[in-house]
Design a protein around this ligand. Structure first.
Ligand code: PEP
Length: 250
């Protein structure tokens, strides 16, 4: 496969500044010879602490969300300009916890995504179905809608700054992982969809990460699949002992 594996750690709402600094330092040191692409996405309050630690390393700096407006009267929100000011390079958008716990819909996610691209950020666009949607045979349909609406109005030239993370909601933080075959089937479906929307070259190049209870003991089997180009890791990203073996697989 010509695509470079991309392994990202979503730290969610965990860690104090001291704990984040300790984790970031350990990752910089233990991943320095890693041959894949890496990212960590700490909470907003930790970004300024983590930024100088990962600067100059092979670990990108990410954020877990951002506002849909550049600036203004938006109490409690964080702007793309503020993220850029801290050195953030990538933003995770449409995570299932944002979609389902905080009612973010495809239109809002699309607005954020276009704003992030306008300011030169890479976007990890998360998609994925709920358990009842999978059981009703609607996994592909749900993912198609989330991709089509999420990328609405995004020109082909911007696609190099988009990563898609397929995260079946029933597998996030539950210890249940999609089988490598089931995950690969959705990844193949999404890649084909990108082909229809943007052409075969874009489809061949786009990175599609898998997320949902990725652990050291299942990461290699998942990423061995043709269409799985990396991982978006939650729980296992919180400790070097679990993140590093995933990040150094292969
Ligand atoms: C996530 O946060 O995107 C995630 C996949 O979490 P976990 O690895 O804990 O399932």
């Amino acid at each position: 496969m010509s695509r470079t594996y991309y392994i990202a750690g979503n730290w969610k709402m965990h860690k104090t500044r001291a704990e984040a600094a300790e984790l970031a330092k350990a990752l910089v040191s233990q991943l320095k010879d890693g041959k894949h692409r890496y990212l960590v996405a700490p909470s907003f309050t930790l970004i300024e602490t983590v930024a100088p630690i990962v600067k100059g390393s092979n670990i990108r700096l990410g954020a877990q969300n951002m506002a849909c407006e550049e600036q203004g009267a938006h109490t409690g929100e964080v702007s793309v300009l503020q993220l850029k000011d801290l050195g953030v390079q990538t933003v995770i958008l449409g995570h299932s916890e944002r979609r389902h716990n905080y009612r973010e819909d495809d239109a809002l996610i699309n607005k954020k995504l276009k704003l992030a691209l306008k300011h030169g950020l890479e976007v990890i666009l998360c998609i994925g179905e709920l358990l009842e949607e999978r059981e009703a045979g609607k996994a592909e349909q749900v993912c198609e809608t989330q991709v089509v609406k999420g990328l609405e109005g995004v020109p082909a030239a911007e696609l190099a700054n988009i990563v898609i993370a397929y995260e079946p909601v029933w597998a996030i933080g539950t210890g249940k992982t999609a089988t490598p075959e089931d995950a690969d089937a959705i990844h193949a479906f999404v890649r084909k969809l990108i082909g229809k929307l943007y052409g075969t070259d874009a489809a061949e190049k786009i990175i599609i990460q898998y997320g949902g209870s990725v652990k050291p003991d299942n990461a290699a089997q998942l990423m061995a699949k043709e269409n799985i180009d990396g991982a978006l890791v939650g729980g296992a990203a919180l400790k070097p002992d679990t993140f590093v073996p995933i990040a150094l697989f292969g």
